[in-house]
Design a protein around this ligand. Sequence first.
Ligand code: MN
Length: 258
Amino acid sequence: MSPLASFAAGIASGTIRVVDLTHTLDPDFPVIILPPEFGQCARFRMEEISAYDHRGPAWKWHNISMSEHTGTHFDAPSHWISGRDVPNGSVDEIDPAAFVGPVCVIDCSDGAAQDDDFELTVDGITAWEQEYGRIPTAAWVLMRTDWSKRRGAAYLNMREDGPHSPGPTPDAIRFLIEQRDIRGFGTETVGTDAGQGSHYTPPYPAHYYLHGAGKYGLQCLNALDELPATGAVLVAAPLKIKNGTGSPLRVLALVEDT
Ligand code: MN
């Protein structure tokens, strides 16, 4: 059988499972909140055009609006100032082959349960590699924290000094880019950076280094506890928004039952 025929047969028989890593687009789902002097990200909104009524007797449909960075979403290089000159750096320009690739899941859920500001470090990454092997080139690296199970105010976890949520250190992100040449980095939190990521040098190091290197981000991922540490394939294709810096999307993981 050809690889694609074998793949289709695996999906049909269920030996390859499709795991949805996407939160539902919902007006109540939190969006990132920046300090008040900055522009703000819009939540998802939906308005009814008609619902089998005088406005359209046989059909129902809605108009929707949101930020490029609302809900489970993709960050393109052009999102950050470090990536503003990256070739093909907006969502409409990225080679679509980049939207399908292998995924490594680093389980930080124990640490995140103990410490809202838990940091993924280089030591944490190399410890993971001792157990599961070297992160392959062009992999998505996803930081599992089980943050996707949080609801309401606990998700952004705002305090007087700003949001508190786990994320990678600047050195960890540089290691993944420079030593492992990853495709991108994804999290279950509202950003690829820690809630307190503005206090690192540089501020928001995941955004700064990833996008400057032409790498991608995924945020607000759901259900990373359903993925194996290695072996799954991620399908993460953003909407084709002209000059778009990011996009809500459906993120699917293909997982082989062994
Ligand atoms: Mn974003």
